[in-house]
Design a protein. Structure first.
Length: 119
């Protein structure tokens, strides 16, 4: 069993930055792929970014490419999301997710952390 705990959310002005963290407990084999999703009020959850444990291969949603950066510390089994040049439309609850495989649905999810970007 894997538990994911997000932190780092908060209120920031447009153009500002935040760094989210997601600490995973349990088997590292279960966190080969870790990712971030977000859900804004009244909208469906959407993919933001993902990273692979073995070689740190990353992939981003077009909406955040060039502004957000995902990274991981395998020794700490922690993934980070550095968010720069934040926009009001980035306001959402951000969720961390993990899975043993590189493809398919994620098995493990965190509880989420609120990010609010004021205009």
């Amino acid at each position: 069993q894997v538990q994911l705990v997000e932190s780092g959310g908060g209120l920031v002005q447009a153009g500002g930055s935040l760094r989210l963290s997601c600490a995973a407990s349990g088997s590292t084999l279960s966190t080969n792929r870790m990712g971030w999703f977000r859900q804004a009020p009244g909208k469906e959850r959407e993919f933001v970014a993902r990273i692979r444990r073995s070689d740190s291969t990353t992939f981003y949603a077009d909406s955040v490419k060039g502004r957000f950066s995902i990274s991981r510390d395998n020794a700490k089994n922690t993934v980070y999301l550095q968010m720069n040049s934040l926009k009001p439309e980035d306001t959402a609850v951000y969720y961390c997710a993990a899975d043993p495989s590189w493809l398919g649905a994620y098995t493990y999810w965190g509880q989420g952390t609120q990010v609010t970007v004021a205009s």
